[in-house]
Design a protein around this ligand. Sequence first.
Ligand SMILES: [Zn+2]
Length: 144
Amino acid sequence: MGAIADALMAYARPLLEGTDGSPEEMQRALSLSTLCYNLALVPEDKREDALAEFRSKGGMNEEQFVEFRRDVIDPMIRRHEAMFPGLHNRVIPGALAARPATATPAPAQPQPRPGDPYPGTDRYAPCPCGSGEKYKFCCGKKGR
Ligand SMILES: [Zn+2]
């Protein structure tokens, strides 16, 4: 058997074990597993359509279908996700939130005010930087 068939057999195991071992039931369990396998690969937003189609073919009433889905289909889809996570490239809700998002820049810390760049300069004298402004209005300006 090929790798896919092996994987499908492993996947079908709970359903196969639920049969009485007769070829008919084994076959039924296998086709059901195949169905669930394929359903699990259908994007979730399209799964309802696929299920509706299955339901109309299977001739189940609403109640039977709800029960069948709860007892067989949903657990088998979860089993598929657990067994073949690589086939599910979807984002698991919550996984994204748990992971630190792209590095948020740390809030800007107020820069410590640099000390007087020219200590001892007369505040009314021309600035030593050569700008022509008085020192108190230039490099000595408070709050720079
Ligand atoms: Zn200056």
